[in-house]
Design a protein around this ligand. Structure first.
Ligand code: AMP
Ligand code: MN
Ligand code: MN
Length: 322
């Protein structure tokens, strides 16, 4: 297993980066680790954290204002820590620091991760990168602020301790973080459940326009660019729509996609019990987990839906043959 303490004792500059369009686990694991290194490794002169814009609701986390969204040219870092990213492309602009860094470490739980760093700590069974980060730290050196960040990450990636990736170990860790006096219900409510009125409206629209395929085993919903413009929403406002679709009774696979460019769609998939959506996403150049995955696809909306459902149909057929 990765010995993070040993690695950190050898370096004097560290960079932490997560994936593009950062989610709760990405933000929580990056900030939790950032706070831990800053506090417990004072000999490391430079500790930087790079992430694309994070949701406003996560600004309560300590040092969230220290996150850099600009990527200036600078001397190579001694150590690059890649968190919650399945491949180097997902690192976005921070990839340039990755390429230059003297040593690189990847901490991740995506099944599609092939191990792109010098040292790879990849545990697909783990609920979240935040859970993995917790396991690498000395619990005696954790502060309440670190606990807030890691708890948020775990809560988000488990759908608030609901998905099958949530294990007894996950709950034990969450319990220990909870015991540090964090406002656990407030964190979940403000960062996971609460939506702006615009988000509620676009969710309603997506549900209303959804369609059922394969005798109700697959639900699909698409939001076009003109709709996003009409409601004045950004891609970040569409988070959570696919989870809502997934909870429709009888559905095995939920697909949500939005037009990310001309003839280009960002696809999110969720499954309930047997379809491996990571396999489907990887087939189209994306990745993720068995029950939650994504990719970006080119073509018309109908082409994209057809191509996706053809792959999903194969898995439905295999299941009926068994
Ligand atoms: P999303 O549907 O965007 O919430 O993503 C579901 C899961 O799949 C997350 O764990 C993502 O990190 C992963 N994922 C989404 N899109 C991609 C992509 N284009 N390439 C690799 N992994 C992805
Ligand atoms: Mn993530
Ligand atoms: Mn994650």
């Amino acid at each position: 297993m990765l010995n993070l303490k040993l690695e950190l004792e050898k370096v004097s500059s560290v960079v932490i980066a997560g994936h593009i369009r950062p989610d709760g686990d990405c933000v929580g694991s990056c900030l939790g680790l950032y706070l831990y290194i800053k506090k417990n490794f004072p000999k490391i002169g430079t500790v930087d954290v790079y992430l694309e814009k994070i949701p406003d609701s996560m600004h309560f986390l300590k040092d969230s204002d220290q996150i850099s969204q600009e990527y200036p040219d600078r001397p190579p870092y001694d150590l690059f820590l890649a968190l919650d990213s399945g491949d180097t492309q997902r690192l976005g602009e921070a990839v340039k620091y990755f390429t230059e860094a003297k040593r690189t470490i990847c901490i991740d739980h995506h099944i599609s991760n092939k191990g792109f760093a010098d040292e790879n700590y990849i545990v697909p069974e783990a609920s979240s990168t935040s859970e993995l980060v917790y396991g690498l730290l000395d619990p005696a050196l954790l502060t309440k602020e670190m606990a807030e960040a890691l708890y948020m990450g775990i809560a988000h990636d488990t759908g608030v301790f609901q998905y099958s990736c949530c294990s007894p170990k996950t709950m034990e860790i969450a319990g220990k973080l909870m015991a540090m006096g964090i406002d656990f219900s407030g964190i979940v409510d403000r960062t996971f459940y609460q939506k702006s009125y615009l988000q509620v409206q676009i969710l309603g629209r997506a549900l209303l326009e959804s369609m059922m395929l394969f005798d109700g085993r697959c639900i699909v919903s698409v939001i076009r660019n003109k709709e996003m413009q009409f409601y004045g929403v950004t891609p970040a406002d569409l988070d959570g729509i696919v989870s809502q679709l997934r909870s429709t009774r009888g559905v095995e696979v939920a697909i949500f996609m939005y037009e990310s460019n001309v003839q280009e769609y960002k696809v999110s998939m969720r499954s309930n019990s047997f379809v491996d959506v990571s396999k489907v996403a990887s087939y189209f150049g994306g990745g993720g987990h068995v029950r939650a995955a994504g990719c970006t696809m080119q073509g018309s909306m109908h082409d994209v839906v057809n191509n996706l459902t053809r792959q999903i149909e194969k898995q439905f057929e295999q299941e009926t043959q068994q």
